[in-house]
Write a protein that binds this ligand. Structure first.
Ligand code: HT7
Ligand code: ZN
Length: 875
């Protein structure tokens, strides 16, 4: 297969106006009749029609009702003898496919005896021959026929216009989508499903039917998803003036799904993980994720579906923008400024622990990539999360009202079109003449074309005699594969200056555009403390040589909650890096740091959720990113030792925190209650860790009791996790009991596998446990959620256990990548990325990791998905 380049984009040679699809659904052999009206694109030279297809059996091709000659070339169906001129003509294609054998979960597949589709990015070609590209938009009519008893529910996009009985116990349903769409938004679902439904009226008074479909038995877990959907509809109308444009909007849950969810027009298909929730099976985090993913898919209805991507290089046009929108939605729903800040910190944490490493590794690519071998590999944190930060910077530069105006202009110009990231940025800028964005647009757009995380070097000079404080801000960006030299980008730097009492002396937004710039502040009495990059106003690494005193002042006083948290992270990180660098020195935390942590924990007014974030040490991955040479077991040991000391030094405070943050009354996953449960959970973990040192059984006993008695999954899981993390002997019976309690709850069993695979390593015990769990009757590598819960939790989320000096972790990884590649290449390719940063590893890990990657690369029949990852890794 060939590398595809953005620069090679050509408009399609044909347009498809209408598509009539008729499905005879059968797991072993589904028959698909595809009747299309096409016409030549007058703007493109005359050429044959080349339709994409994959794993299809072709039975018949008719043009205008007559047989015609055709060729099959490299999977494409090529038709040369088509009517000349620009009049529409009819093309009919009859194919069959085998959904039950479809383990890739792309196209039409079977899960739990129901049919589902996944067409983004290039799955539609696995259903029928088609121009499988997002800039070809058509009107769809879909007829579904299937056995009524096995498949009582038959769904597709749009409106149900007809249904009825057929012979032999079969029935049919006919759906018409009122909106034109690219084929990646096509969907069908057929099976034994039940639904929760709700009628709502929009602001304009228009009525809509909302439905959430699940397997019988799961209906009691759909209330939160439905409420999230109702909130999403109301939010998009209120915040952006974007109404629901459908009479009926459906969500369907499946337990076999490659990603989180899919925004098919009017028929969203979701991973059960992002739909099903009850207080006894889902944690507060699950509830929050459901809200955000339901919102995300719903918001795609405008940003993605009404205006879509011209080609897959523009993926961030819809994904970056929609992530920005779902982040804003969750912040708005969280309400209070402090709860908004918590959400912002969580989002930045994801960016820094997942996207920054991607941007510094072999898979680094611009938000709008220039080339790919397999598009599935580019559904990345760069396209999604960094893309959202790019949209957020535009928002910062034009303001809230300006951004709303920009969105309105974007839809005015492009509704119903397939467009580019340039079109989006142009609309936001044009709606805000005179703004910094409009002024700097060409330079701003480097955020779309340059890979790599820019670094902002800040330095300060204090002239006491003149009372002048001078800040110098510089920017650089390290080279990335294929981009050795970088140009300066536009970096909005939100800042404040504090005095030693924590009073704000100045604040503002500086837009950094040059390689180096200077800001000067006059008339100050004493040297201020700079609070830079407030709210994480740009996706950059800020380098400033903060002293402990300055960080402690920011932690105590900054009016910007993000930078308050950031100060604690910097304090902890500096210590972790020092300990890592001194392997022969004891890991001993200093009193000022411990006291500062105590101060936050005991603070009378700060939110519990915020305290929990401050008291959580930087992750091992984040610590590793700061180092040139990485020894993951050493980082793990240091972080564990720091946590152990915080556990012991603050024992009385943790006891207070646990007692003071119990949540009574009915379970509610709101930010305040969730924050209290999170802090109580963190306290319990530290108390069990402290008990490890003293061999005092009281707190492990309390954790076990809480584990047994908890009235919700958050408390139960936190208690179980405290026992597992502290390595207490009660962990074993608790895990057994947990499994017995939830043996029929797939999503809870995923947690059970993940907890064990992600446990702190003690003498190399995790890998044997993982290998043993692979043999567990509940383990099934074909189910992506289960594979992720066991294999990914070990290889990608447990660096201290995975990077073993004996290389056994890497052997396990290479075996699993190759095993999964034969089943589901998309999932295999994600796992392959666990060794992205092999080049930074300390020897002998580095050599062993390289060998493992080479072993995978040497496999002859590798998918494009995995091949692209391992080839880039070894380049
Ligand atoms: N737009 C959706 C992407 C997606 C996907 C892509 C490749 C293979 C399977 C997939 N399932 C969903 C998800 C989203 O961003 O909303
Ligand atoms: Zn999306």
């Amino acid at each position: 297969a060939a590398v595809i380049h953005r620069a090679d984009y050509q408009p399609p040679a044909f347009w498809i106006d209408t598509v009539e699809l008729c499905f005879d659904l059968d797991p072993a052999k589904t028959r698909v009749l595809n009747r299309m009206r096409l016409r030549r694109n007058p703007d493109v030279p005359v050429q044959p029609l080349r339709l994409d297809g994959e794993e299809l059996n072709l039975a018949r091709v008719l043009v205008g009702g007559q047989g015609t000659s055709f060729k099959l070339e490299g999977g494409q169906l090529v038709l040369e003898n088509l009517p000349e001129g620009h009049e529409p003509f009819e093309l009919e294609i009859f194919t069959t496919c085998a959904p039950a054998k479809n383990t890739k979960l792309m196209g039409l597949y079977v899960s739990n005896d129901s049919f589902f589709t996944q067409c983004e990015a290039e799955g539609f070609r696995r259903i029928t021959y088609f121009l499988d590209r997002p800039d070809v938009m058509a009107s769809y009519t879909v007829l579904l026929r299937a056995d009524r008893r096995r498949y009582p529910v038959l769904l597709s996009n749009g409106n149900l216009v007809d249904q009825g009985e057929l012979e032999d116990g079969r029935h049919y349903a006919k759906w018409v989508d009122p909106h034109r769409k690219p084929c990646y938004l096509f969907a069908l679902v057929a099976g034994q499903l039940v639904c929760r439904e709700q009628r709502i009226a929009s602001r304009s008074g228009q009525e809509h039917l909302l439905q959430v479909y699940v397997r019988p038995g799961d209906l009691d877990k759909t209330e939160h998803a439905m409420n999230s959907l109702i909130d999403s509809v109301a939010w998009d109308e209120a915040r952006f003036g974007l109404p629901l444009d459908l009479e009926r909007f459906m969500i369907v849950a499946t337990s076999d799904f490659n990603m989180g969810a899919m925004e098919n027009k009017g028929l969203n298909i979701f991973n059960t993980k992002y739909v099903l929730a009850s207080q006894s099976t889902a944690t507060d985090t699950d509830y929050a994720n459901i809200e955000s993913v339901v919102g995300h898919e719903y918001f795609h209805n405008w940003t993605g579906n009404r205006v879509t991507c011209r080609d897959w290089f523009q993926l961030s046009l819809k994904e970056g923008l929609t992530v920005f929108r779902d982040q804003e939605f969750s912040q708005d729903l969280a309400g209070e400024a402090s709860a908004r800040a918590v959400k912002r910190i969580e989002d930045v944490r994801v960016l820094r622990t997942a996207q920054f490493p991607e941007d510094a590794g072999p898979m680094a690519h611009p938000v709008r990539p220039d080339q790919y071998l397999e598009i599935n590999n580019f559904y990345t944190v760069t396209v999604y999360e960094k893309g959202a930060e790019v949209v957020r910077m535009m928002y910062t530069l034009v303001g809230r009202d300006g951004f709303r105006r920009g969105m309105q202009l974007y839809f005015q110009r492009h509704d119903g079109q397939a467009v580019t990231c340039d079109d989006f940025a142009q609309a936001i800028a044009d709606a805000n003449p005179g703004s910094k964005l409009a002024e700097l647009l060409p330079q701003f757009k480097r955020w779309y074309s340059q890979a790599g995380t820019p670094r902002v070097q800040a330095s300060a000079r204090w002239d006491a005699a003149a009372g002048t404080y001078t800040l110098t801000l510089g920017q650089t960006c390290p080279p990335t594969p294929g981009q050795p030299v970088k140009e300066p980008v536009v970096i909005p730097v939100a800042y404040g200056l504090l005095d030693d009492q924590g009073r704000e002396l100045a604040s503002g937004l500086h837009v950094l555009t040059q390689a180096s710039e200077t800001l000067s502040f006059q008339g100050l009495q004493a040297e201020p403390v700079p609070s830079l990059l407030r709210g994480f106003s740009a996706p950059v690494v800020l380098e400033f040589d903060y002293g402990d005193a300055q960080l402690l002042a920011l932690l105590a006083h900054d009016t910007d909650p993000f930078n308050r948290w950031e100060a604690a992270q910097r304090l902890a990180l500096a210590r972790a890096l020092r300990f890592v660098a001194q392997p022969h020195e004891p890991v001993a935390l200093d009193a000022p740091f411990v006291d500062a942590m105590r101060g936050i924990l005991r603070h009378p007014t700060l939110d519990a959720a915020f305290k929990e974030l401050v008291l959580t040490l930087p992750s091992e991955t984040y610590i590793a990113e700061q180092l040139e040479v990485v020894d993951p077991p050493r980082i793990h040991a240091v972080r564990e030792a720091m946590r152990q000391q915080l556990a012991q030094a603050l024992q009385a405070d943790w006891e207070w925190a646990w007692e003071a943050h119990q949540v009574g009354g009915a379970y509610r996953p709101d930010p305040v209650s969730s924050g209290r449960r999170a802090l109580a959970g963190l306290a319990l973990t530290h108390l069990c860790l402290a008990a490890r040192a003293s061999a005092d059984p009281v707190w492990p006993g309390k954790a076990y009791q809480r584990f047994k008695d908890a009235s919700n999954m958050t408390d139960r899981f936190n208690a179980l996790s405290a026992l597992v993390v502290s390595g207490h002997e009660l962990a074993r019976p608790a895990l057994q009991r947990f499994h017995a309690m939830f043996k029929d709850e797939a999503l809870v069993l995923d947690k059970w596998f993940a907890l064990q695979a992600g446990a702190p390593d003690r003498g190399g015990n995790v890998l044997p446990a993982v290998r043993q769990l692979m043999q567990h009757p509940d383990f099934n590598i074909r189910n992506p959620n289960r594979a992720r819960s066991l294999i990914f939790s070990y290889c990608s989320a447990n660096p201290g256990a995975f990077h073993r000096p004996d290389a056994a972790g890497y052997v396990f990884w290479s075996e699993r990548v190759m095993e999964l590649d034969a089943i589901n290449p998309q999932v295999a390719a994600r796992l392959a990325r666990a060794l992205d940063r092999w080049n930074k590893l300390a020897e002998p890990l580095r050599g062993a990791a390289r060998e493992a990657i080479a072993r995978v690369a040497a496999k002859p029949d590798l998918s494009n998905d995995v091949r692209e990852i391992v080839t880039r890794a070894l380049a």
